[in-house]
Design a protein around this ligand. Structure first.
Ligand SMILES: Nc1ncnc2c1ncn2[C@@H]1O[C@H](COP(=O)(O)OP(=O)(O)OP(=O)(O)O)[C@@H](O)[C@H]1O
Ligand SMILES: [Mg+2]
Length: 390
């Protein structure tokens, strides 16, 4: 993620320094200037000082007792620096201040007391949105696979989806961020390095070093393997954000196996994803968990990115797909047939289903890959030129 430059506008000196520490602590943004007073008119010298710092983001602290000046400042900065994103920091107990801040031009309203994670998530949302508008097609897309409940099949989906994308488009990475990495076992690979090695070397990580930490599967899929023992010290969410950024700069599609991991890091990776596939079975506990997880992921925005994949699907009399959607509160994206013997044998032998051609289940993963990429410009273009030459 490119470093964002941030200007802080806060009357309270303590709040100014707290915000500076929090911004710099995200590792994806840096405070370039801070102001102690709010501009009251467009010609105010404070506006000029903010302009000359040419920030990507202006953080405006909205005091609970007297929000009016801060709201006016947001309006002025929005008008004078229309390209800059404005984040208001304030109390959630004042709904009117939130509405007014958003109306004045704030893009985000972040609760006080603020944490580094709150800011990091807001910065990630901003860069993801900007990327969508300005650079669609130039960077890779992330699809994250999350289990509604342990053992629902996230790793099976992640591995086979990544292989299906690799065979259709090439240049695909599979990244295993589960607490214990099973993806390598599913593909009978013996990785020398893991995600932890890539993160330890973030400061000097470029495309070639990144690839040297990855393990190649025959057919070309590159795996960044997960840990083979639970980590003693977890990398920070900011480090994961940088790793993701490097991955999408290098690969066309990045499939992340989060399996049952659901913490701030997993949520951040989901935030950075084009689509989050929540893998569930069609039973009450699984769909209930899917609904809870969707709510957790949706708290930081992008609820519509989360879609349901029903694994081990079979028709149940009296229970329709729309019942599953209603129970989970999520739109159904795909159904994968229930084929216990084929799937278990594939895992035990380390030969993924996608490499055992012509099975119904392999066709299902090919279809899922097609569904996820159908709107990608280059994929559309290729389909069109194929059509023309036939
Ligand atoms: N479509 C399917 N049909 C039948 N069985 C399946 C299917 N998908 C997965 N399974 C079975 O479910 C088990 C768990 O699969 P997998 O390892 O992919 O799950 P997971 O959700 O990633 O597990 P964990 O929670 O440990 O990360 C496997 O042993 C496999 O046999
Ligand atoms: Mg798993």
């Amino acid at each position: 993620m490119p470093e964002l430059s941030v200007v802080i506008v806060a009357q309270d000196s303590e709040q100014r320094s707290v915000l500076q520490v929090l911004v710099d602590g995200t590792s994806v943004a840096r405070t370039v200037h801070s102001c102690a007073s709010f501009p009251v008119v467009a010609s105010d010298p404070v506006v000029r000082r903010i302009q000359s710092a040419s920030p990507d983001v202006v953080l405006v602290d909205v005091p609970s007792d007297s929000p009016a000046l801060a709201l006016r400042a947001i309006e002025i900065v929005h008008q004078e620096l229309p390209e800059t994103a404005l984040f208001a920091i304030g109390s959630m107990a004042q709904p009117q201040a939130i509405v007014n801040a958003m109306r004045s031009g704030a893009r985000e309203y972040i609760e006080r007391p603020t944490t580094t994670t709150d800011l990091l998530e807001a910065f990630v949302r901003l860069t993801t949105a900007q990327r969508k508008v300005s650079r669609e097609g130039l960077r890779g897309k992330v699809f994250t696979i999350v289990n509604a409940k342990g053992g629902s099949g996230a790793t099976t989906v992640a591995v086979n989806l990544a292989l299906a994308l690799q065979s259709a488009h090439g240049n695909v990475a599979l990244v295993d961020i589960a607490t214990l990495g099973h993806a390598a076992l599913h593909m009978n690979l013996k990785p020398l390095f893991t995600v932890a090695d890539a993160i330890r070397n973030l400061h000097r990580l470029d495309s070639s070093l990144l690839e040297s930490f990855m393990t190649r599967h025959n057919g070309g899929l590159q795996l960044l393997a997960g840990p083979n023992a639970p980590a003693a010290v977890e990398p920070s969410t900011a480090e994961f954000a940088r790793l993701c950024d490097l991955l999408v700069g290098h690969f066309r599609y990045v499939v992340v196996d989060a399996s049952t991991r659901m913490d701030a890091t997993a949520r951040l990776v989901c935030n950075l994803s084009e689509r989050v596939l929540l893998v569930a079975h069609a039973d009450v506990a699984s769909l209930w968990s899917a609904a809870r997880l969707q709510q957790y992921l949706g708290e930081t925005g992008g609820r519509e990115r989360v879609q349901l994949v029903l694994n081990r699907f079979r028709k149940i009399p009296g229970f329709s797909e729309s019942d599953a959607e209603a129970a989970a509160g999520i739109k159904l994206l795909w159904k994968i047939p229930n084929q216990y013997f084929a799937v278990s044998a594939a895992i035990d032998r380390g030969i993924p289903l996608m490499h055992q051609n012509h099975t119904e289940i392999a066709r299902s993963f090919t279809g899922l890959a097609g569904r996820l990429t159908e709107n990608d410009v280059d994929v559309k273009r290729r389909a069109w030129s194929l059509f023309k030459t036939v």
